[in-house]
Design a protein around this ligand. Structure first.
Ligand SMILES: [Zn+2]
Length: 230
């Protein structure tokens, strides 16, 4: 039996990281016009570096929460658990999750646009014309994050999903991500779907095919065990 977990930005909100699209909880993201900062062709601007510098500063003090810990426990308890995330923070790794695949990049990495090398910078502040000990291409460094309008490679996720058979499980932890309509892809596929989404109004799949929780909690284990027994 295989389990794929796909985790969206909602899981990190309780750690103090606002989601991109949430208007209500935290003002930090709202005062920035993301459509001008995190978009294609704006990857080497002062605004873009400053925005993610704030994100890095914020992350320094953020700790994993129950969501990250439960995902880690699922990976510990069952074999063949693969974790994908849209999140650019590394709180899943901080919670001891292994081999997490970041579909939208990581906020603590920079990338050279020329040679495509990636370097971990932890929580360091990045400035446009600063010198970094790197590949000597300081004029080509950007955040290693997929910006709006940039091409994102969902290929390995989609391949993995298509390889699931009817005994396998996909756990989709609600995401406000609107760049990727997963529900359309998984709708006709015959595997067990566990959806965790506190706001079902954003969900456009057929609820009959899903086991639905509004929050990730310990009951997920009896749910998985029930599927395994059947
Ligand atoms: Zn380079």
């Amino acid at each position: 039996m295989k389990i794929i977990i796909l985790a969206g930005s909602g899981i990190s909100e309780d750690s103090g990281i606002p989601t991109y699209y949430n208007n209500s909880k935290n003002g930090l993201w709202n005062i920035n016009d993301l459509n001008k900062i995190c978009v294609k062709n704006k990857d080497r601007t002062n605004e873009s570096f400053d925005f993610y510098n704030i994100f890095r500063f914020l992350l320094k003090t953020c700790k994993p929460n129950e969501n990250h810990d439960i995902i880690n426990n699922i990976q510990q308890k069952y074999e063949n658990v693969k974790i994908y995330t849209f999140n650019i923070d590394e709180l899943l790794e901080s919670s001891n999750c292994k081999n997490v695949i970041h579909l939208h990049g990581k906020v603590n990495e920079i990338k050279c646009k020329k040679c495509l090398n990636i370097q971990n910078i932890d929580f360091q502040e990045i400035k446009l014309n600063h010198q970094y000990l790197y590949c000597n291409s300081d004029d080509s460094i950007r955040n290693n994050i997929i910006y709006y309008g940039e091409k994102c490679n969902y290929g390995s996720l989609i391949n993995d999903i298509f390889e699931l058979d009817e005994n396998d499980i996909l756990i989709y932890i609600g995401s406000s991500n609107n760049s990727f309509d997963l529900n359309q892809i998984i709708k006709p596929l015959k595997f067990n779907k566990i959806l965790i989404n506190p706001n079902l109004s954003t969900f456009n799949g057929d609820t009959k095919q899903y086991i639905i929780f509004d929050k990730l909690n310990e009951s997920i284990f009896s749910c998985i065990d029930g599927i395994i027994k059947d």
